[in-house]
Ligand binder design. Structure first.
Ligand code: ADP
Ligand code: MG
Length: 620
């Protein structure tokens, strides 16, 4: 498919004027802000010199929210009012998320879930905005001026609702969003892979609570995300948890109180991080009842405890390769992203799987922010951006509903964005003046098995015979992955459109489930599609015949002939009611056969009518 150029109008800078722009990695566990200084991307630390900002926000009853490190200890004290991993809830409804093990008071609000807090109600967008505001203020203080804009990164699999929610959060935080950029693409940019002329790269991102793998293809300076996969419930936290369970076993404990449990989890995480650089570590703690814990954990034991988690990451890797139709030897490089990829056994497993050492010389928890900063610098006009062309893919096909509850796919899954595709449709009934456009996402053939994104009406179609109107429906997905749909009646120019802001996002589990079911149900779907198409054709035949009978039946048919046609139509209606494809096709053929003569008589009659009053000589 053709590659579309991304242009950023109005962003060319005056010469010698450096415009302040930042890249922000809005992470599930940690967030960061970076910029380009003297041609070098650098992370901007806080006043204490810390680069990472924990993505944690605590809301007291009245005072200002605490963000980052200050909020972390509040998790233990006031869990209901201390929000962590809020990224998981962006653009999600209550039914889309798992709430069992979470301390929050969720409120089911239209569009997106909200949290009930002592200070009132907050949406994930507002919480993310508080994190982003903190980073904006950090950047402005450190750069000494107002920002022109920011590039904010999102996981490659984020759908429309999640991207929109991220943009809204940025706007709320007073940031001008230059672009949303996919995290793996940002990491690849940080490694300068965009300067390599050609190649296929894997981005392996193991963070605090999520694992994402993406395959990027680079051709003549153009990045394309060719496949993505992952596990939304696998990350550094699971490694902590394994140590925690091992600790309980060692100490002969089964159930712990809240405070003790949090203490040991914290110890587990510290031990894990220590074992990245050391062969052994001592874990010491005193429980609330005064009993001490003091055990040694060796790197080897830790590796054995968590090897299955490392292996688990290779499943989505395999799947992404399969989706992209690639084998490991076709991969030119593997980029390591996320704090958890520091762990030696993760590095080792990835090196072994791909049979080459991974790219890991940049800090894995900073690469995404660094890449975003490089991109922001270009978009702000500080550097010629001609060579910049970033392509991403849409995770599930986009299409619209056609007659019979079928989905016509307009943009297939894994199409690169930005993209625009158009298809022509027509009216179903004579004199139809309005058409409902129903936009769907998913791989299945039937509307009921796909996800409804939006509906809108195209009104004011000039009345015409069924099938005469030409309605062009255009789907456009912009560089941020946001969809807009336009419908236009070509003869009259009547137009209607919608920017799709779906009320709910798709969880990646849901995406996986939808993909899986599309494969499992491919056979059923084909049968369902054939039945539905036969029904639509047959209904159209009945309606057209009835219209013709009403007009000319009395004049052109005798009672017997009329009886035969009526009976054929009844048979056909019965076949439709029975939803039996073979019977519908047979009855349709029969109805066509018995109306043939009637149709040709109508044709003769209309020609006679058209010719009446004309002389033969005028018919040259
Ligand atoms: P996210 O992308 O989810 O915001 P990060 O990329 O910041 O997350 O990764 C956070 C995870 O990285 C945490 O689980 C943390 O314990 C882990 N981590 C950070 N440093 C190390 C280290 N030295 N060894 C092992 N794990 C680490
Ligand atoms: Mg991350």
């Amino acid at each position: 498919m053709a590659l579309l150029q991304i242009s950023e109008p109005g962003l060319s800078a005056a010469p010698h004027q450096h415009r302040l722009a930042v890249g922000i990695d809005l992470g599930t566990t940690n967030s960061l802000v970076a910029t380009v200084r003297s041609s070098m991307p650098v992370v901007l630390p806080d006043e204490q010199g810390r680069a990472l900002l924990p993505s944690v926000v605590y809301y007291p009853a009245e005072d200002k929210a605490l963000v980052g490190f200050e909020a972390v200890p509040m998790q233990a004290k006031e869990p209901q009012d201390t929000l962590v991993s809020v990224k998981r809830f962006m653009g999600r409804g209550l039914k889309d998320i798992q709430t069992e093990h979470l301390p929050y008071r969720f409120v089911d609000a239209p569009g997106m879930v909200q949290f009930k807090l002592k200070c009132g109600q907050k949406s994930p967008v507002e919480v993310s905005a508080d994190i982003l505001r903190n980073l904006r203020e950090r950047a402005e203080a450190s750069l000494g001026g107002e920002l022109v804009g920011a590039v904010i990164t999102v996981p490659a699999y984020f759908d429309d609702a999640q991207r929109q929610a991220t943009k809204d959060a940025a706007r709320l935080a007073g940031l001008n969003v230059l672009r949303l950029l996919n995290e793996p693409t940002a990491a690849a940019i940080a490694y300068g892979l965009d300067n390599a002329s050609e190649g296929t790269f894997v981005v392996y991102d193991l963070g605090g609570g999520t694992f994402d793998v993406s395959i990027l293809r680079l051709t003549r300076g153009v990045f394309e995300v060719v496949a993505t996969s992952g596990d939304s419930a696998l990350g550094g936290d699971d490694f902590d948890h394994r140590i925690y369970c091992w600790l309980l076993e060692q100490a002969g404990l089964s159930q712990l109180g809240g405070r003790d449990s949090r203490l040991l989890q914290q110890k587990a995480r510290e031990a894990k991080e220590a074992l990245t650089d050391k062969l052994s570590t001592q874990i010491a703690a005193v429980l609330e009842d005064g009993s001490p814990i003091n055990v040694e954990l060796t790197q080897q034991t830790y590796f054995d405890l968590t090897r299955h988690l490392v292996d688990k990451t290779l499943m989505p890797v395999r799947k992404a390769l399969k989706d992209a139709g690639l084998s490991t030897d076709q991969i030119d490089g593997v980029v390591m992203v996320g704090g958890s990829t520091r762990m030696p056994h993760v590095q080792h497993a990835v090196a072994q799987y791909f049979d080459k050492p991974p790219l890991n010389n940049l800090d894995p928890d900073k690469v995404v922010a660094l890449g975003a900063a490089i991109q922001a610098n270009v978009l702000a006009g500080n550097k010629s951006g001609d060579e910049w062309l970033l392509l991403d893919v849409i995770p599930l096909s986009l299409g619209l509903e056609t007659m019979g509850g079928l989905v016509e796919k307009i943009i297939p899954r894994n199409s690169t964005i930005p993209t625009a595709r158009a298809q022509e449709f027509t009216t179903f009934k004579d004199g139809q003046t309005a058409m409902r456009v129903h936009v769907l996402q998913g791989e299945r053939e039937l509307v009921k098995d796909c996800r409804s994104l939006a509906t809108f009406d195209l009104k004011g179609i000039p009345p015409m015979a069924a099938g005469a109107a030409r309605i062009r429906v255009t789907f456009q997905v912009d560089a941020d992955g946001l969809l807009s749909v336009t419908a236009m009646e070509m003869t009259s120019g009547v137009q209607s459109s919608v920017v799709v802001k779906p009320a709910y996002g798709l969880t990646d589990d849901e995406i996986t489930r939808m993909l899986k079911s599309s494969i499992e149900h491919a056979q059923d779907d084909m049968a369902a599609r054939r039945l539905s198409e036969a029904t639509v054709d047959a209904t159209r035949l009945i309606e057209a015949t009835q219209a013709a009978l009403a007009e000319d039946g009395d004049a052109l048919l005798d009672a017997d002939e009329r009886g035969i046609i009526d009976q054929a139509l009844q048979q056909l209606s019965a076949a439709i009611a029975a939803q039996d494809e073979a019977r519908i096709r047979q009855a349709s053929d029969e109805a066509s056969r018995v109306t043939d003569e009637f149709a040709s008589r109508r044709m003769d009659a209309s020609i006679r009518k058209a010719l009446s009053g004309q002389k033969l000589s005028e018919l040259g």
